[in-house]
Design a protein around this ligand. Structure first.
Ligand code: 8YV
Length: 324
């Protein structure tokens, strides 16, 4: 008898066909929730779940007694209780590597857009204001040759740093990661304590995963350590930052600008001051959102769930303990 899969998230036709050839596949509509009563009957029979942005709860796991593997179409898995899965022997697979460069591109887009005020000035042109001429009021800040402080120096953090060091001649500092001598050699990167990094950097870019230790890692105290000309970039998770403290820091000139792809609440409420501040570039969590990368992420999730349910080792297994 074929194993059963619940799929929630965007797979292309070829990916769905691949899975349907091997498993009985139930595709949930985008708006459906895994914890909704309509999903329970499907979960009861499911051996695997594939999906993006999956909030997994103990109730969902209780409803799925046959579940052997979850493949999330994301590198982050902060909405999934890994320990609970491990306790139940359920494999968790994610999609590292395939999104690293695209997410770093997004980070660098935010660095450039904030420093050169791209969004604000493009709107200024659209509003017909160029006729009055460009003056110091429209000037931005240099990116090349400045100091880039990476809070987190994993795959994505290193890829942002590589762009900064090799493409823009930036001095790279990093914190919240162990010292990495090979990158110190390649990029001239230097390890710092977080407080030192905040004080020395022109751009502070957050790439740490959200965990109990990193929740609100950056708050009022940390913004106060930054230069008043400092620009803050977050491509990690909104909850790594105390968003109210960020808003205060931007409003009070404690820091100069922010480029944000992630927020404490997503979608960002239309009432948030971050939607209207001129010195903020806010993106709708599109770090990995290109056709090529989202296809590659979905394919990695397909490969992971196929291998896991066929008794082979998935490519990207988060909880190694479940693999025997
Ligand atoms: C995901 C992300 O696409 O991979 C991650 O962790 O944040 C994005 O790339 C997003 O979480 C939707 O699944």
């Amino acid at each position: 008898m074929k194993k059963r899969l619940v799929v929630q998230g965007r797979l292309n036709d070829a990916q769905l066909a691949e899975l349907s050839g091997l498993f009985e596949v139930d595709v949930l509509p985008k708006s459906a929730k895994l914890d909704a009563p309509e999903s329970r009957a499907l979960l009861a029979k499911a051996h695997g779940i594939v999906g993006s942005g999956l909030p997994i709860t103990a109730q969902i796991l209780d409803a799925a007694p046959n579940l052997a593997a979850i493949a999330t179409i994301s590198v982050g898995y902060d909405s999934i209780p890994v320990d609970e899965l491990t306790k139940r022997g359920i494999m968790l697979c994610n999609t590292p590597d395939v999104l690293t460069e695209t997410t770093a591109d997004t980070g660098f887009t935010l660095i450039m857009a904030t420093a050169r005020r791209v969004v604000e000035l493009a709107q200024w042109v659209k509003d017909g204001q160029w006729q009055a001429g460009v003056g110091p009021e429209q000037f931005g800040s240099d990116v090349h040759g400045k100091t880039l402080g990476m809070v987190g120096f994993g795959r994505i953090g290193q890829a942002v740093a590589r762009r900064g060091a090799l493409g823009f001649g930036m001095k790279v500092l990093y914190a919240k990661a162990s010292a990495k001598p090979e990158l110190d050699r390649e990029l001239g990167a230097q390890h710092r304590e977080l407080s030192e990094l905040l004080a020395e950097s022109d751009f502070v870019c957050v790439t740490v995963p959200l965990t109990a230790e990193t929740e609100h890692l950056i708050g009022a105290q940390e913004f106060a350590l930054m230069k008043p000309s400092g620009i803050f970039i977050n491509i990690a998770r909104g909850k790594v930052v105390d968003e109210n403290a960020l808003i205060q820091a931007l409003e009070n000139g404690v820091i100069k600008a922010a480029g944000l792809d992630v927020f404490e609440q997503e979608p960002l409420p239309a009432s948030s001051p971050l939607t209207t501040m001129a010195n903020v570039v806010a993106l709708p969590h599109i770090g990995s959102a290109t056709h090529e990368t989202r296809d590659a992420m979905a394919q990695r999730a397909v490969d992971n769930i196929r291998l896991a349910l066929q008794g082979e080792r998935p490519i990207s297994l988060v909880n190694e303990e479940t693999w025997r």
